[in-house]
Design a protein around this ligand. Structure first.
Ligand code: 5GP
Length: 204
């Protein structure tokens, strides 16, 4: 029996309000091999958010304990709260052949790009900064102070997008999801080609 191939590690970053969640929702509907990592956070749950589905909601003390135990693949502070990716779960899913998508902000994205050079990195952005602010306000999940914090951070994040291998402009959700799926399929083809080339070199 052939051995299960290890799945991809995919980073998806982009400023708050660019539509990462909506695009990912469409991606997962059409790309069953993809799975999104559930992070730990110290931020308060928003209405409708579920423990273990959207996040694992923990106290600052619990989060710091996980940092000490080196449980995170990466972690970062964002708008006054901590967010981190559980390392073991990600590795287990990849070993099982799943393509694991990390929906994380840029500080964390940069950590993963450095630690895992084979990670596929994607930056999603909205067509303009005005559109970003409009979407953030329309969502209605943050008060004015938090909107201002997130907009400031958005500008910082936009200045780092060229570190990512791929940039998608989210003009249309379906189109953005198509591009994201195409990037993952292309990454698989590149790995397969590399393996076939190696086999050919070693075998004949
Ligand atoms: P939100 O509070 O809107 O759910 O998330 C705020 C930001 O934190 C978003 O950009 C989101 O992608 C990012 N984020 C969510 N989980 C993680 C994580 O585990 N690590 C890092 N670095 N960022 C995360």
């Amino acid at each position: 029996m052939s051995e299960k191939k290890k799945g991809l590690l995919v980073i998806l970053s982009g400023p708050s309000g660019c539509g990462k969640g909506t695009v990912l929702h469409q991606v997962l509907e059409r790309y069953p091999n993809g799975i999104v990592s559930v992070s730990k956070t110290t931020r308060e749950p928003r209405s409708g958010e579920l423990e273990g589905v959207h996040y694992f909601f923990v106290t600052k003390k619990e989060f710091e304990k996980s940092i000490k135990k080196k449980d995170f693949l990466e972690y970062a502070e964002y708008a006054g709260s901590y967010y981190g990716t559980p390392k073991t779960w990600v590795e287990m899913q990849r070993e099982a052949g799943k393509d694991v998508i990390l929906e994380i902000e840029v500080q964390g994205g940069l950590q993963v790009i450095e630690k895992c050079p084979d990670a596929v990195s994607v930056f999603l952005t909205s067509p303009t900064l005005e559109e970003l602010e409009r979407r953030l306000r329309y969502r209605g999940t943050e008060d004015e102070e938090k909107i201002q914090k997130r907009m400031k951070r958005a500008i910082w994040e936009l200045n780092h997008m060229d570190v990512y291998k791929h940039v998608i402009v989210n003009d249309n959700v379906e189109e953005a999801a198509n591009q994201f799926i195409a990037i993952m399929k292309k990454a698989h083809s590149a790995i397969n080609k590399e393996e076939n080339d190696l086999e050919r070199e070693g075998g004949v």
